[in-house]
Design a protein around this ligand. Structure first.
Ligand SMILES: Cc1ncc(COP(=O)(O)O)c(C=O)c1O
Length: 383
């Protein structure tokens, strides 16, 4: 089946008991058993819940995986994947990952004796050279956050496979509609379902998709043992959002492309970062790896922090807020907001400077978005 059909129908079979086309939300925390040690299928909602299972199946189907797992947040999913590691293990983390991912490796897993190093995965050879005898996992995002660098997932997956490493790809920015890392050789795909999958900025959730049976068994054990599971209502919201993922991603991508081109031609940005801009150094790879450019972009505004804050405070349609992937357009300053948890020196090294603005372009009318950006650029220029 093709994507749109799967997005609408995966995990959405009519309820077997009542025929309800919108399946019920099972809020139960516990389930009656037919005898001692004889559950009918479910026992306790942390270990398994019918509404969560629908979401887990749907995520797996959209990502071309055999199994899905849902969590209470993207970081809940990250914590669970990180718990596959043991004391003494080492992880390679590609530059430019989400600030919270860096924070959990730097400030939480490090306390358990798990080390990591940052690598520039634009050069797969340097990634291969960085592998140590104790390396167990590679962690990457593409496009990266917030500089929208597209990394070659297939090339990284080849190295990971040759060295026997787990490759975890955070596919939050692209969504399963634009790219499927498992098909490119990744071992684990991670989503913050808070973003494009639910798509309406009204829940927080996470998900994983895998195909390896042994790995699925270990993750399923950890999901229950750690307990970062989502509420049935949040699973319902994620499923409901998923039904329109393909339509939203088309519009997000069209709008973002238009805003990226507007910014590039405005003379008010020193650089614009968007995967499908021809000027992007990773344009050809992006065209090969992704079906559309997606809804995220960033740019450096002329005039430094003063102009950046003036721009952000002048927007009327874009909302000044963290997060991304919802129907409404959002704007933020990564250095002071989403990426503030990365130490300043490291931020500077990565190019996350005070003039860098990140936009999550929504699905509003593109002309209104363009007017909003133009007006805010004018105001920023007169700051
Ligand atoms: C790329 C990416 N991965 C993971 C996360 C963490 O997800 P959550 O906020 O749902 O815990 C985020 C959150 O912004 C993100 O942007």
């Amino acid at each position: 089946m093709r994507f749109a059909t799967k997005a609408v129908h995966s995990g959405n079979e009519p309820d077997r008991e009542t025929g309800a086309v919108a399946p019920p939300i099972f809020t139960a925390s516990t389930f009656a058993q037919d005898g001692v040690g004889k559950p009918r299928g479910y026992e306790y909602s942390r270990s398994g819940n019918p509404t969560r299972e629908r979401l887990e199946r749907a995520v797996a189907e959209l990502e071309h995986g055999k199994h899905g797992l849902a969590f209470s947040s993207g970081l809940g999913a990250t914590a669970t994947v990180g718990s596959l590691l043991k004391k003494g293990d080492h992880v390679l983390i590609c530059n430019d990952v989400y600030g919270g991912t860096f924070r959990i490796f730097n400030s939480v897993f490090a306390n358990y004796g798990i080390s990591f190093s940052k690598v520039d995965a634009r050069d797969p050879d340097s990634l291969a050279r960085a592998v140590r005898p104790s390396t167990r996992m590679v962690w990457m995002e593409s496009p990266t956050n917030p500089l929208m660098v597209v990394l070659d997932i297939r090339a990284v997956a080849k190295i990971a496979r040759e060295k026997g490493l787990i490759l975890t790809v955070d596919n939050t920015f692209a969504s399963p509609y634009l790219q499927n890392p498992l098909k490119l050789g990744a071992t684990i795909v991670l989503h913050s379902t808070t973003k494009y999958i639910s798509g309406h900025s009204d829940m927080v959730g996470g998900a994983l998709a895998v195909s390896d049976e042994d790995l699925y068994g270990r993750l399923k054990f950890l999901q229950n043992a750690i307990g970062a599971v989502p509420s049935p209502f949040d699973c319902y919201l994620a499923l409901r959002g998923m039904r329109t993922l393909h339509l939203r991603m088309e519009q997000h991508s069209r709008n973002a492309q238009a805003i990226a081109e507007l910014l590039e031609g405005s003379g008010r940005a020193t650089s614009v970062f968007y995967p499908f801009l021809e000027s992007s150094p990773t344009y050809r790879l992006a065209k090969r790896q992704m079906s559309l450019g997606g809804g995220m972009l960033s740019f450096r505004i002329k005039g430094g922090y003063r102009a950046a804050s003036r721009f952000l405070e002048s927007l009327r349609v874009f909302v000044l807020a963290e997060s991304l992937g919802g129907v409404e357009s959002l704007a933020e300053l990564p250095a002071r907001m989403t990426h503030f948890s990365i130490p300043k020196v490291e931020r500077g090294r990565l190019g996350i400077t005070d003039d860098l603005i990140r936009l999550s372009v929504g699905i509003e009318d593109p002309l209104d978005l363009a007017d909003d950006v133009r007006r805010a650029l004018d105001r920023a220029a007169s700051a």
